[in-house]
Write a protein that binds this ligand. Structure first.
Ligand code: SAH
Length: 208
């Protein structure tokens, strides 16, 4: 097995994923293809890495946890907020039926589109825009995953969530960014549970 393939296999094994669908997605989406080649083998470590525009791609174990708690099924229409390098977008494209991803940086949206390519089962649309407004054109969504820390749960995302749907979002507190799961029940979006405290770049208001 080539060294990079072995490193990817070792990374996936270290994540100890219990959902075989998520594990399969991590096996085929090569993180090294989404980050600078300067990282070399570090791309396969479970660490956050810098990406262009001063942003960060989370450590794979955190991405795995967020995707797991999002409850993405083969029939889910997913909205991702904060495309970044597109690594999580590509994973979602192996798990869902349709993926929309919104990124405020034009440079990152273009880069992610190129890196995601077309070699995945679900169609992916990367939109340059402001995630605080969501993406109404394709709503409602079964799942919304936000990859940057918000001060509050954006109203537009609550409106664009389907009944019974889930939002996974880091909400900034004084000490950490708490990754929370919200569920829409009887038309109201309610807090369901805390996944983990973590650190994210901020969900900035307005299009970049
Ligand atoms: N899942 C991505 C995370 C990138 S970091 C990855 O693994 O690469 C978070 C991203 O959110 C950054 O690219 C940042 O530009 C973007 N972002 C910040 N505020 C935003 C907003 N209001 N709307 C859309 N994207 C936003």
């Amino acid at each position: 097995m080539p060294r990079s393939q072995q490193a990817l296999a070792d990374l996936v094994a270290s994540l100890g994923l219990s959902d075989p669908r998520i594990e399969a997605a991590f096996r085929v989406v090569d993180r090294a293809a989404f980050v600078s080649s300067d990282y070399g083998g570090t791309a396969y470590s479970d660490r956050p890495l810098g990406i262009p525009e001063g942003q960060t791609t989370s450590q794979p174990s955190l991405i795995a946890q967020m995707i797991d708690h999002a409850g993405v099924t083969a029939g889910s229409k997913v909205l991702e907020v904060g495309t970044g390098c597109g690594f999580q977008t590509a994973l979602l494209a192996h798990l869902a039926t349709e993926v929309y991803s919104i990124e405020r940086s034009l440079a990152l949206a273009d880069l992610a589109r190129e890196r995601i390519g077309g070699n995945h089962p679900a169609p992916v649309s990367v939109i340059h825009g402001d995630g605080w407004e969501g993406y109404g054109a394709a709503a409602p969504y079964d799942v919304i995953v936000v990859s940057a820390a918000a001060s509050t749960l954006p109203d537009a995302l609550q409106e664009q969530l389907r009944e019974g749907g889930r939002i996974v979002i880091p909400i900034a507190t004084q000490h950490s960014d708490d990754v929370l799961v919200f569920v829409k029940r009887d038309g109201r979006v309610e807090l369901d549970h805390l996944v983990t405290p973590a650190r994210f770049v901020p969900l900035v208001k307005g299009q970049g």
